[in-house]
Structures are given as C-alpha cells and as structure tokens.
Ligand binder design. Structure first.
Ligand code: LLP
Length: 463
C-alpha cells in the first residue's frame, strides 16, 4: 500500500505523547541492543535475524503472533547470575516470569535453582527433572494439597507467608513424618519505586509478615518451637522492575537486624537470607539496568558489613531473579493488520495479538518499543499506538512509538523484552489462542510451548 494511503499522524520532535517518546529515534531501522535479545541483529541488507535465522522465515514457519526466545541469551544470563553470586550464594530463577519444561532443563544445565509459587509450576519443574531440593515453594495462600505435595516430594524450602501457614506447614510435615526446611517471608517496610501492583515490601499488602511491631520476631519464635519445621532463614522480596539498589540495601540491613535479634533471643544464628527478585530490565532505550555482578557486589557488601557489625557469621545469600533473566531474551512477532490514522492524534496500528499475549501495558502502564522487522524503510517516522484485536479500547500493546509511515498490512513488527510476564500472563480473552514460544539458537528453531488450537478451546468446553 502506498504511503499516501496512510497519511501519517504527527511526526515531529514537538509531538506531545503520554509516554516518554517525545521525538522519533534518529534511525527507525536501528535495533538498540539494550532492549533486544543478544543475537538479534539487522544485517547490512536490512534482514533481521535472531539466533542466525531470519525473522521472516520464522514467521512463515511458526506463524504470528509468536514469542521468539533467544536460548543462548537465556543461558548466558543464567550463567552471569550464577557466576556473579558464586559458590557462597544461590540463584533461584522465578518461574512465574516464564516457565516451561525446556526452561527447567536449561536452568539445571546452567546450575540455577527454581522458585515456584503454585502446584502447576511445581508439576512443570518436577516433570522436567528439577531435583526437589533445588526448588523453593512460595505463595501467600498455598493450599493444603500444594503443601502436602511440596513436603512429600521434599522441596528444598517452603517460604512461609503468614502465621496460619507456619502452623499449617508444621502440622502437615509432622503428619507426614517430615521436618520441612522453611524460611519466613518478612515485609521490611520499604516503598519500592515501581508500579503499586508490583511493589511488595510496604506493609499494607497481602504478602509476608511485617517486621514492624515485632510480628516477624513472633513468627520466628513460633517456627522455632514447631517440630515439623526447620527454620533456615528470612526472606524478603521488595517488588519488581526496580533499578535503584537503595531499597535492596535497606531490606538487607533490616533482615540482618532480625537475624541479630533472633540470635540474641534464642541463641540461634539462622544460616540463610533470601533477598528476592525484582531487578529491572530495559524495556526502552531510556532504562539502565544493573548487571548481575554489580547487584551481587552491592548485596554481598551490605550483608557482610551488617553481619560484621552485629557479630554474626555471614549467612548464605539467595536471590530470585525472574524478569532479569528471561525478560530481555524474547520478542513478540506480530503481523500488521488494519492501520487507522487519526488526524492530528496518532495512527493506530492493529496487530494479530494484543492484551491476550501482553497484558502488561494495560495492567501496569508498561512501556515497550516496537520495530518493523520484515524490511527496512526510509519513510518518515509516524507516531503510532500498537493495539490488539480484542474488544477493549484498553487493548494496547505499545502506547507511543514511531514506525515508518509506509507501514502496510502484512508487515511484521516486533516488540522486544517480552520474555517475562507475557506468555505467563497470557489469556484466552475473546477466545484468543495463546501464541507459541519458539526457542531459537545457533541457526535452529524449535517450539517449546506450542500454539493453542481451537480444539484446545473446545476440549475445555464440556457443556
Ligand atoms: N521472588 C518473589 C517472591 C516474587 O514474588 C517475585 C515476583 C520474584 C521473585 C521475581 O521478580 P522479578 O525478578 O521477575 O521481578 N507480573 C508483574 C510482576 C509480578 C512479580 C511477582 N513476583 C509484571 O509483569 O511486571
């Protein structure tokens, strides 16, 4: 379709947008390595490849919408975290970000442990051969059946989230003739600078037991008296998509203070602390995430210093990154459908997916970028909003971005940094079929989660 068929919306640097894109990027064809998976490149001739395979070929073979995951990037990030934290610490990948059997195998091969927060995630982990002792089980409302299963298979730790759960897990473990290793999740009272729905260490929310008012100390008191429990440490997770290390430092300091109080009161030095996940990634060129070695050093230093000051032996630290490992490794590939220019506003570009494969924009006002990847273009930039095909005006994938004004139906566009919390939060809204996840590596591509089919939908409908 010719450019004149799509009169572009506002195009210039003084465009007011709701997001952070006030000016188009200098080169619309450039792919910023900050936001794209490591092996994604645009060759001299304009061809975009991932893992050595052209995205146009991937679209032909696997269809759209689809998530393409750069397996070597995923593995490299696992190794970077494991190396940064070293032998004296443990890295638990947070499976909620994205979990499949292939992922569980990669984690084992790269030496990581796994955090699960439901029976379904536990099943996936065990089915793919993750040793139970390398699994941590989380959740604010684990069911009795989930706890029984976790204790029976012998998960390495259950992270206790409430007073009721302390009693419940102790009772179940005792009934099963086991002594379950547990940590207690505390809320340290830090206001993490992130979206309200993904901040978890302030006191007015559902997770954990507050340090404030001596509640966490009381939880430790109870856990230490129960035969079914072996209390090994304290856990704190302050939120998600956080860039500022200050919150983690306050959290580490308060957790160590609790360890010192426990030592003073009970004569027991708890040997572990877990500082959770939550490290931010680059969704746009303006985000500057920390590298795993910086994070490891900052956390290690603070814990060592605080422990020395309190006369405690340094406990074994663990962390639970989810997004920081899988987030940057995947992009979602869409085919452009209807293009609707709204004079004086912007151009709406509809794709063949939407809020069913990426709810983050609607839910958290998340920012993403987008690029035309099936060809290059020298056309003028046009301000676009990338929207899905769902019956909701909030069905927005990318709120404000620039694409070339010769964009046409049938073009392929890709949204980077969709590896975390996109497939794992995907839905069947409007009976959408959830897209596949295709792992790409060294010139080979294989489906690790297949596309849903209409038969899948009908199979659940038994009326
Ligand atoms: N550990 C615990 C106890 C958690 O609750 C979470 C995330 C993590 C680790 C991993 O956090 P990460 O490193 O991935 O930030 N759906 C939201 C994020 C919710 C995070 C829930 N808990 C989003 O799409 O941003």
């Amino acid at each position: 379709m010719s450019r004149s068929a799509h009169p572009a919306g506002p195009r210039h640097a003084d465009v007011m947008t709701e997001g952070h894109y006030t000016a188009p990027p200098a080169d619309l064809n450039a792919l910023d390595p900050k936001v794209w998976a490591r092996t994604v490149t645009r060759d001299e001739d304009g061809t975009v490849t991932v893992g050595g395979i052209e995205v146009t070929r991937l679209a032909e073979e696997f269809g759209t919408p689809a998530y393409f995951l750069d397996e070597s990037d995923f593995r490299a990030r696992c190794r970077a975290w494991a190396d940064a934290f070293g032998r004296d610490a443990d890295v638990f990948y947070a499976g909620k970000a994205f979990l499949s059997r292939a992922v569980v195998r990669w984690l084992q091969e790269e030496g990581l442990n796994l955090d699960v927060c439901s029976g379904g995630e536990l099943t996936t982990a065990l089915d793919a051969g993750m040793p139970a002792e390398r699994i941590a089980f989380h959740g604010n409302n684990k069911t009795v059946a989930e706890i029984e299963r976790a204790v029976t298979v012998g998960v390495g730790r259950i992270v206790l989230d409430s007073f009721q759960e302390i009693a419940r897990v102790a009772h179940i473990a005792q009934r099963l003739g086991k002594r379950q290793r547990v940590q207690i999740r505390v809320t340290v009272g830090v206001e993490a600078h992130t979206h309200e729905f993904i901040a978890t260490a302030h006191e007015d929310q559902k997770f954990g037991i507050a340090l404030a008012g001596g509640q966490a100390a009381e939880a430790v008191r109870r856990a230490l008296t129960l035969d079914g429990l072996e209390l090994t440490g304290i856990h704190s997770h302050i939120g998600s998509q956080i860039f500022d290390m200050a919150g983690f430092e306050v959290s580490a300091r308060r957790v160590v203070q609790l360890l010192a109080e426990v030592r003073d009161e009970h004569g027991v030095e708890l040997p572990e602390i877990d500082l959770g996940g939550g490290l931010g990634i680059a969704y746009t060129s303006e985000d500057d995430p920390r590298e795993p070695h910086e994070i490891a050093k900052a956390l290690g230093d603070i814990v060592t210093r605080e422990c020395e000051a309190a006369g405690l032996a340094t406990p074994r630290i663990s962390v639970e990154p989810g997004r920081a490992i899988v987030g940057p490794t995947a992009f979602t590939l869409y085919e452009v459908g209807t293009i609707k220019p709204l004079e004086g506003l912007r151009t709406y570009v509809s794709v063949d997916g939407g809020m069913s494969d990426n709810i983050r924009t609607a839910l958290y006002d998340a920012e993403y970028t987008v690029a035309l990847v099936s060809r290059t273009s020298d056309a003028e930039p046009m301000l676009v909003r990338v929207v899905g095909k769902h019956c909701e005006s909030g069905d927005i994938v990318v709120k404000d971005a620039f694409l070339p004004s010769d964009l046409a139906p049938g073009d392929l566009i890709a949204v980077p940094a969709t590896g975390a919390y996109c497939r794992s939060m995907a839905s069947n809204y409007n009976h959408a079929l959830r897209p596949p996840v295709v792992a790409v590596r060294d010139g080979g591509a294989r489906v690790i989660v297949r596309r849903e089919t209409e038969e899948d939908l009908l199979r659940l409908d038994v009326g």
